[in-house]
Design a protein around this ligand. Structure first.
Ligand code: FAD
Length: 503
C-alpha cells in the first residue's frame, strides 16, 4: 500500500530499445535504495527501431558512470572508435571537410588558435584548419590512439566517441540491468490507466491482463510515444520547415577493410547518406526528403554509393523532426524517440537519452511531483534540443549548392533567430561563443562554418598583436607535429586487437 506522500518507490520503464535499457541500467545502478522497484516492459512483437550506431564523446562518460570496461563494451557491441564526421558534398559538390572531436591547435598568448589561423589564411596558404588538429590528423591517416589522462603527448588532445551495434548495446545494458534487479516484463501494453483526479498515469495493462503500477513512468516506447502522446496528448512541436528530411533507408554492408575511425555523411540531391564502420559490418543509410525524392530513387542512389555486399534488404523509416512540447508531463518522462527526433546527421539521439537520464538524476522527484522540478527539467531539455536543432540546420543553410530544388530550398529558408545571430557573429570577425551548457563546442561550429566555406569578413583584430613570423613558425611546427604523431599510431583494427577489444 502506497502512502500519499513520500519517495518514488515504483519506476516503470515502457520500452526496451536503446532508451529503455540505458535508463534501466543507469537507474538500477544509482537508484536502488532497497525499497524501490524498477520494472521494464517491452514487446518482442513490436520490436525496436533497430538503427542508431554513431555517438558523440559524452557517451564515454555514460559508460564510465556505469563502471563499464571500455574494451569489454567494444567487444560486446562490435564497436569501433569515432574521431568525428567526414562531410562530403555539403558546401559544394566535391567539397570534403572533417568535424572533429577534440580541438584545433594551441592558443598563443590567450588568443584563440582559430583567429591566428584566419589571419594566416588571409595572408597566404596555411592549408586546411584540419591540419592543426590531432583527431583530424589521426582520421586522415585512418589511425587511432586512446588519450591518456594527464599525458603530455599530443594524443591526449584526441576526442573520441564510438560506433556500435545498437541492438548489442541494448543487450549488454539489459544484462547489467537485470543483474541489478530490474524486472523485465515481456508483453504488449493494451491499456493505460490514469487517476481520474490528477490525470497521472497509475498503471499499464498488458494484453495478458497483468497490470503494472508505478509512481513514475519513463516512456521509452519509440516514435509513437505510448504514454506521453497517445495517453497524455502532450503535443509535438514540428521543426520540419527547417529540417525537411523525413525518411530513411538503412542498408548494412560487408566491410571492405579495416574500419575507418570516423563516420561519413555524404550529401545527395535531397538529403544525405551515412556510413558507419563497425567491426563486423558497415552501417549505411540514406536520409532524404520525400517531398523532393521518392523511396525508389533514394534506394537506387544508396545502392550506387555503398561499398561492399549488401547484408539485408532496405526498409523505409518515416519520421517527423521536432520535439514533444514537454519532455516531462504529469508523472511521465519521455526518453528517446518518444521525446522527439532530430535527424542523425550529428549522431545526437543517444546523447539526448543520456542527457535526459542525467537530468532526471539531478531532479529526481518525490511524490507528489513538484511542478518546479518538472518545469526545470523541461526547460533544460528544450534548450538542448534547440541547440542541436540549430547546429544541424547550419549544415543545410551554409551551403552554396543550388543544383536541386531541395538544396535551393534549404539555402534560402529563414532560420531560427538564435542561429542567424551565431552565423552573423562568425561572418563579422570569426567569433563563436559557447553559452551556458551548449552541447557543441567552439571547434564544432568552426569546423562546419569553415568547412562549408563561410569565411569571416575579417579576423579578430586582436590576432594582429602577435608577431607574424613567430605565429607562422609556430603553426608550421604544430602542423608537422600533428602529422608525425598521427603517423606513429596504429590502424583502428590494430589498436582494437592489441587492446583486446576486437570480437
Ligand atoms: P525504439 O527502439 O523504437 O524502442 C521502443 C520500445 O518500446 C521497444 O522495445 C518496443 O517493443 C516498446 N514498445 C512500443 N510500444 C509498446 C507496447 N504497446 N507495449 C510494450 N512495449 C512497447 N541515434 C544516434 O545516437 N546515432 C545515430 O547514428 C542514429 N541513427 C539513426 C538513424 C535513423 C534512421 C533513425 C530513425 C534513428 C537514429 N538514431 C540515432 C536514433 C536512435 O535509433 C534512437 O534514439 C534509439 O534507438 C532509441 O530508440 P528508442 O529506444 O527510443 O525506441
Amino acid at each position: 500500500m502506497q502512502s500519499d506522500r513520500g519517495e518514488i518507490e515504483r519506476v516503470v520503464i515502457v520500452g526496451g530499445g536503446t532508451a529503455g535499457w540505458m535508463a534501466a541500467a543507469a537507474m538500477s545502478r544509482y537508484f536502488d535504495n532497497g525499497r524501490r522497484t524498477i520494472t521494464l516492459v517491452e514487446s518482442d512483437a513490436i520490436g525496436t527501431v533497430g538503427v542508431g550506431e554513431a555517438t558523440i564523446p559524452p557517451i564515454v562518460s555514460f559508460n564510465r558512470m556505469l563502471d563499464i570496461d571500455e574494451n569489454a563494451f567494444l567487444r560486446a557491441t562490435r564497436g569501433t572508435f569515432k574521431l568525428g564526421i567526414e562531410f562530403v558534398n555539403w558546401g559544394k559538390v566535391g567539397d570534403r571537410y572533417f568535424h572533429p572531436f577534440g580541438s584545433y591547435g594551441q592558443d598563443l598568448h590567450g588568443i584563440p588558435f582559430h583567429q591566428l589561423y584566419l589571419r594566416e589564411a588571409a595572408r597566404g596558404e596555411p592549408g586546411s584548419i584540419s591540419d592543426y588538429c590531432m583527431s583530424c590528423a589521426a582520421a586522415a591517416q585512418r589511425r587511432f590512439g586512446r588519450p591518456q589522462p594527464g599525458a603530455q603527448s599530443l594524443v591526449s588532445q584526441i576526442g573520441y566517441a564510438f560506433h556500435f551495434d545498437a541492438s548489442l548495446y541494448a543487450k549488454f545494458l539489459r544484462g547489467m540491468a537485470e543483474r541489478q534487479k530490474v524486472v523485465r516484463r515481456e508483453g504488449k501494453i493494451a491499456q493505460v490507466h490514469r487517476d481520474g483526479e490528477s490525470g497521472d498515469v497509475l498503471s499499464v495493462e498488458l494484453e495478458s491482463g497483468e497490470r503494472i503500477e508505478g509512481d513514475l513512468f519513463l516512456d521509452c516506447s519509440g516514435f509513437r510515444g505510448l504514454l506521453i502522446e497517445e495517453t497524455l496528448e502532450t503535443g509535438f512541436e514540428d521543426w520540419s520547415q527547417w529540417l525537411p528530411v523525413d525518411s530513411a533507408l538503412p542498408l548494412p554492408t560487408a566491410n571492405t577493410g579495416s574500419p575507418d575511425p570516423f563516420t561519413r555523411a555524404t550529401a545527395h540531391g535531397a538529403g544525405w547518406q551515412w556510413r558507419i564502420p563497425l567491426q563486423h559490418r558497415t552501417g549505411n543509410g540514406h536520409v532524404f526528403c520525400s517531398d523532393y525524392m521518392d523511396a525508389d530513387e533514394a534506394e537506387r542512389i544508396l545502392r550506387e554509393h555503398v561499398e561492399g555486399e549488401a547484408l539485408a534488404d532496405t526498409r523505409l523509416i518515416r519520421f517527423k523532426t521536432g520535439m514533444r512540447r514537454k519532455a516531462w508531463n504529469h508523472n511521465v518522462i519521455a526518453l528517446g524517440l518518444s521525446g522527439g527526433f532530430l535527424e542523425p546527421l550529428e549522431s545526437t539521439s543517444i546523447h539526448l537519452i543520456q542527457n535526459g537520464i542525467a537530468r532526471l538524476f539531478a531532479l529526481f522527484p518525490d511524490r507528489p511531483i513538484n511542478p518546479l522540478e518538472r518545469s526545470e527539467y523541461n526547460r533544460g531539455m528544450r534548450d538542448l534540443y534547440e541547440d542541436i536543432r540549430d547546429f544541424i540546420i547550419l549544415h543545410y543553410k551554409a551551403t552554396q549548392r543550388d543544383d536541386t530544388p531541395f538544396w535551393r530550398y534549404v539555402a534560402n529558408m529563414d532560420v531560427p533567430d538564435s542561429l542567424a545571430h551565431k552565423m552573423e557573429l562568425w561572418r563579422l570577425h570569426g567569433r563563436v561563443f559557447r553559452e551556458n551548457a551548449e552541447l557543441f563546442n567552439i571547434t564544432s561550429w568552426i569546423a562546419v562554418m569553415l568547412g562549408q566555406n563561410m569565411v569571416p569578413r575579417r579576423h579578430d583584430p586582436i590576432a594582429d598583436t602577435l608577431d607574424e613570423a613567430k605565429v607562422a613558425a609556430a603553426m608550421r611546427q604544430m602542423r608537422a607535429a600533428y602529422a608525425d604523431t598521427a603517423a606513429r599510431l596504429p590502424s583502428q583494427e590494430d589498436f582494437l586487437r592489441r587492446a583486446g577489444a576486437w570480437a
